[in-house]
Design a protein around this ligand. Structure first.
Ligand SMILES: [Fe+2]
Length: 148
């Protein structure tokens, strides 16, 4: 079954929601590759692309939190770097051809991404909204540094 972002995982910040959706799409791609029994090379390509994308997304999100002086930024960054470490470890294991590793990765991703968004990401929303209101700019502008 194709995964989608549930309503309680929608931040209302366009760029963040788009990036989260792309992560979910990548998890769906991995699932599809597992179902179709794609070879190691294809799966590792999906994982590599996803890891790169996740790193970009985390940087964008952390930049937004930094600009808004989010008090729990450090804690949030630690969650992100823990995730990256785990994913890189999984990538290594997958390249070594560990049996059923793809399914384990899929289960981990599916759980982590939704729990992280629902609890850790949604927790910054009130702060971001206050920050964007006080600066009299939209959250979108804060995030993209677009003053136009
Ligand atoms: Fe996050």
């Amino acid at each position: 079954m194709k995964l989608a972002l549930p309503k309680n995982c929608i931040t209302g910040i366009k760029k963040i929601d788009t990036q989260h959706q792309k992560l979910v799409d990548a998890i769906n791609d991995l699932d599809k590759a597992i179902i179709l029994n794609k070879n190691n090379h294809i799966v590792s390509g999906i994982l590599e692309q996803m890891t790169q994308y996740v790193e970009t997304h985390f940087l964008d999100e952390e930049e937004m939190l930094r600009r808004c002086q989010y008090p729990r930024l450090k804690e949030h960054q630690q969650c992100h770097s823990k995730f990256i470490k785990q994913i890189k470890l999984f990538q290594k294991m997958q390249k070594q051809g560990l049996p059923n590793i793809e399914t384990q990765i899929f289960i981990f991703l599916k759980e982590w991404v939704f729990i992280h968004i629902k609890h850790t990401d949604m927790a910054y929303l009130t702060h971001i909204k206050l920050c964007s209101n006080s600066a009299r700019v939209t959250t979108w502008k804060i995030l993209t540094n677009d003053d136009s």
